[in-house]
Design a protein. Sequence first.
Length: 237
Amino acid sequence: MLPPDQIIACKPSCCKYCGYALCGDNLQPHRHPVLELPPIHPEVTEYQVHRLHCSRCGHRTSWAHLRRDFQAMIDRNNAGTKIGEDLLFLSDVMFDTWHRVRDGTLQRKTLSYRTENWYRPHVRQTLEAGRVCGCAKTEATCRELLALEPAFWTFARVEGIKPTNNAAEQLQRHPAQWRKTSYGSDSVAGGCFVANILSLVATFRQQGKKVLDVLTACSQAVLTGTPPPSLLPQATS
């Protein structure tokens, strides 16, 4: 039985049979605990996803993300649908050119020329139209994308940069799926553990190591007082 937060003595004032006045205390009163739940107050967490500028290469976002934004405009099936369809079509044409450059069947200078003289002007014009299309969500997305628009085309200016960042997205997919199915962690310590373990898993997988074997070796190192396995890849001769 949980200890009470408060005690309320319930005493009869008179005998229920003859009406004689009663006083005093019962040394062993009958105890009847009542458990009440406090009022429930929801805790709302807002996740604000930022797209930031990289001072090293200027590449801020991935065309894979942009295409998802365009598809979301289409799926709303409202005044912004045509904007999404036009943007997705333009990205399809741009990717066709990019793939030909990647495969060596088209010169890179052709990509740069088409980007500056066709793809970029048409994309910007469509985004400008999306700002006043009549769908609040599409308008907000277009305003945000217009602020980032110069960085869409870094891959056309800087050799070695791709329009998508598939490797990074693949690394983020596992943590994102975990968060959706587990609803995050309940404490700071739990959050630190998740961050550490997910980082270890991603690192070991990139190195081709078996995650369970490495984690077992780490646990054995703690128990035996020996150095844990290194996170750095083994140097090859």
